[in-house]
Write a protein that binds this ligand. Structure first.
Ligand code: ADP
Ligand code: ZN
Length: 730
């Protein structure tokens, strides 16, 4: 490996800071010099800011006037491959490099000196006077061999007050030592708890292992129905990565899944890995960031931001549930973690495993085109088989107004309850009712800041905007006509469905699984465990339940509104519905019992519903691919959204129209521009948003053209422009 370039004291270095500047700043290397990639603190005006030494300084001015780097931080320098990754990612997403650097330095207190703490271990001495409490301390220390504990840990384990321990320190029985607070992680043992794999799984695991051993970049799409053992298989690739002394990263789409996953990793490797997501404490984040950088964390389980940690020797990245839309970051830097994973791995020579029961059309197409290797697990593990799927034709069901559980579904649920099995009623809508309407004037209560309706949440006793999070109490009179007592809920949300289920199944124990009903990831995890152990007869859930939880007693899934996702104008609607319905149905019958899935629908002949029913995945993808190819949209063409926002609606449309008229830079590469039109979310937090869509050939250099095109205009006033490469909706 090349040694990074070293800069002697006083030579000029170019520093990239996390401040919003479009250029590198030149500084003099500090006393003792510094390496390229060093994390440094530099003076900027009256402030001190964080930066990274990107290379040699440009100079071109009086060097004597240059300021010096204040100090080099006590963390591993950024590797060249990480700098290359940030540069390429910035180019791809048309994001300024400093914003990318900020993603890579999200460790609070990074610039603090290493903090120390006191730990306690067995010393040589003997106590002058033996007491019960003292004996317990000594026994505890003996029991754990040479391990060191914090004062709190030791006194809790021994069941004594901390003064007992302190007393023993005075006598030399217990040693008090200073160690860095950032303790390394325990080593994971790749040979610890491997399972006996099935034939299918062995083939898959061998192929993934061979990939890891090659030490080269490569991506594998690992497809397999829910419960087929994809996780078991890719954990073997993780094991191989650990054997090779490289680091592994597993990305999960949902924090709520991590607790269950950590337990599985512990079973497999004997100890817990590092965990990285928004729920992790600040101190822990700092520790992980540093440990990843020193190679002291071998495996990270995390959300998409874990991709920007400073791995020293990354050998494998797994993207579980790779089709999940939450991999797309929709705020700040707009990036898709799945695509960035492939980019990162290709730069550092790592393997990628994209795992899913229902891959995204993008990954499917890449596999078909031979860019990704394909692996498939065809059957569920053990006796479990996929549920039998059928539709309930809502046009012929006899169902009263404001009720959503059809008589057919009701009967099926009752049958499960009699057998002591569980049923899941699925609706992909949080809250009580999606719309609140005034029966006197027809007014619908909307958000004051967005173009969205307020959703009633009875549990919170408030109206909530799902767009911006704004809440307000339910008004007593209609805000439009001032008439009292006429506001009524329209349509069902998960809370309303629960109310109905309570009335229809008065003897059932209900459990409602919706993200906003749980205060924390831990509470949610406990709720899920209780259900898995049989603590409920009927589960009422939103898409939270579709993602990977195991409910062994569950044998029936009733989808309340299978048509819900088909109504949007979004070209991806069919793909989404197909994936979601298949995932939800996959919840049923994971253990020995055959499951059943029932889809309530008003359009049982709809091609998407038909494809879901017969489970014709390949047929569905081929049909969907055909339509996208015809329309020239991703993954067969390239698209980008340009979002303009301002508090002034006229201003955004004026700029949007000016852009649309001056599109020479786009025409040069054969790209077309559509719009401006109101963005999919037309107003957010008081800002009006319009969108232009750029469509181009698959291989067109769209980023450069967009940069040139938008660069013609200076942004005036409070107008903002952001580029969304590969938008989720089009
Ligand atoms: P997927 O990731 O495809 O949904 P999992 O890996 O979670 O599937 O497997 C589903 C369940 O079956 C899990 O509880 C898992 O532990 C179990 N399982 C899968 N393969 C095996 C195996 N070879 N031996 C023992 N248990 C297995
Ligand atoms: Zn709002």
């Amino acid at each position: 490996m090349d040694e990074p370039e070293f800069f002697e004291e006083g030579t000029l270095v170019a520093v990239l800071t996390t401040q919003p500047l479009d250029r590198f700043l030149d500084y003099k290397a500090p006393a003792g010099g510094c390496f390229r990639g060093a994390f440094v603190e530099v003076p900027l005006g009256p402030r001190k800011v964080l930066g990274v030494v990107w290379g040699a300084g440009k100079g071109g001015f009086d060097i004597a006037k240059a300021r010096s780097v204040n100090r080099v931080l006590d963390v591993a320098p950024m590797r060249d491959e990480m700098r290359a990754f940030l540069e390429r990612a910035a180019e791809y997403t048309l994001t300024p490099l400093h914003a990318m650097l900020r993603l890579a330095t999200r460790a609070p207190g990074l610039s603090d000196p290493p903090s120390m703490r006191k730990v306690y271990r067995r010393g040589e001495g003997e106590p002058d006077r033996q007491t019960d409490a003292r004996r317990r301390v000594i026994e505890t220390l003996n029991d754990y061999g040479g391990l060191a504990f914090t004062l709190k840990e030791l006194s809790e384990l021994a069941g004594v007050t901390s003064s007992v321990v302190k007393g023993l320190v005075k006598q030399g029985v217990v040693l008090e030592e200073d160690t860095p607070r950032d303790l390394p992680f325990f080593r994971l043992d790749p040979e610890h708890g491997g399972k006996q794999l099935t034939e299918d799984q062995t083939i898959g695991a061998d192929a993934l292992r061979a990939g890891v051993m090659s030490g080269n970049y490569g991506t594998t799409l690992l497809r397999g129905v829910t419960g087929s053992g994809k996780t078991e298989v890719y954990l073997e690739a993780v094991a191989e990565t650990l054997r090779m002394g490289r680091q592994a990263l597993v990305l999960l789409p949902e924090i709520a899944l991590t607790a269950e996953f950590l337990t599985r990793v512990e079973e497999r490797f004997g100890t817990k890995p590092a965990e990285w997501h928004s729920g992790v404490t600040m101190t822990e984040r700092r520790r992980i960031w540093k440990m990843v950088g020193q190679g002291g964390a071998q495996l990270v389980i995390g959300a998409r931001s874990a991709l920007f940690l400073p791995y020293q020797n990354l050998g494998l990245i797994v993207v579980d549930e790779e089709h999940d839309t939450s991999y797309k970051q929709e705020d700040g830097v707009l990036y898709n973690a799945r695509d960035m994973t492939v980019l990162r791995a290709s730069i550092c020579g790592a393997r990628v495993v994209l795992a899913s029961a229902t891959p995204s059309l993008e990954s499917w197409a890449n596999a078909e085109a031979g860019k990704y290797e394909k692996l498939e697990l065809t059957s569920r593990y053990g006796e479990a088989v996929l549920p039998e799927m059928r539709t309930i034709d809502m046009r012929v069901e006899d169902i009263p107004r404001n009720r959503w559980i059809s008589p057919s579904l009701q009967k099926a649920v009752e049958a499960r309850m009699e057998r002591g099995e569980q049923a899941l009623l699925f609706i992909n809508r949080r809250g009580y009712a999606p719309v609140t309407i005034c029966r006197a004037c027809g007014h619908q209560i909307g958000c004051d800041h967005c173009d969205a309706r307020m959703v009633e949440h009875r549990f919170l006793k408030r109206l909530v905007c799902h767009q911006c999070g704004e809440t307000k109490p339910m008004p007593e009179v209609c805000p439009s006509c001032q008439v009292e007592d006429k506001l009524a809920p329209v349509g069902p949300g998960v809370e309303r469905l629960a109310e109905e289920a309570q009335a229809v199944f008065p003897d059932a124990r209900l459990a409602v699984l919706s993200s906003d009903l749980f205060g924390s990831a831990r509470a949610l995890k406990e709720g899920i465990n209780a259900i898995a152990e049989g603590g409920a007869d009927i589960i009422i859930g939103t898409q939270l339940v579709a993602k990977g939880h195991n409910f062994p007693l569950l044998t029936l899934v009733g989808v309340i509104d299978a048509d819900l996702g088909l109504q949007g104008s979004d070209l991806r609607a069919a793909e989404r519905t197909f994936q979601l319905m298949r995932q939800v149905a996959g919840r049923a019958g994971r253990a020995e019992k055959r499951g059943e899935a029932m889809l309530q629908t008003f359009q049982p002949e709809h091609p998407v519903i038909r494809a879901i029913l017969v489970g014709d995945e390949v047929g569905f993808w081929n049909a969907e691919a055909g339509e996208r190819r015809q329309a020239g949209v991703p993954p067969y063409g390239r698209m980008a959204g340009i979002i303009l926002s301002s508090p002034d609606v006229q201003q955004v449309f004026d700029l949007g129209n000016a852009l649309a008229r001056n599109d020479a830079a786009l025409r040069e590469i054969g790209a077309q521009v559509f719009g401006p039109a109101p963005a999919p979310i037309a107003r957010v937090r008081g800002r009006h948003r319009v969108r232009l869509l750029v469509k181009a050939d698959k291989r067109a250099p769209i980023q450069a053209a967009i940069a040139k095109w938008t660069g013609q205009f200076r942004l005036k006033g409070d107008i903002r422009l952001s580029v969304d490469i590969d938008p989720q909706s089009f």
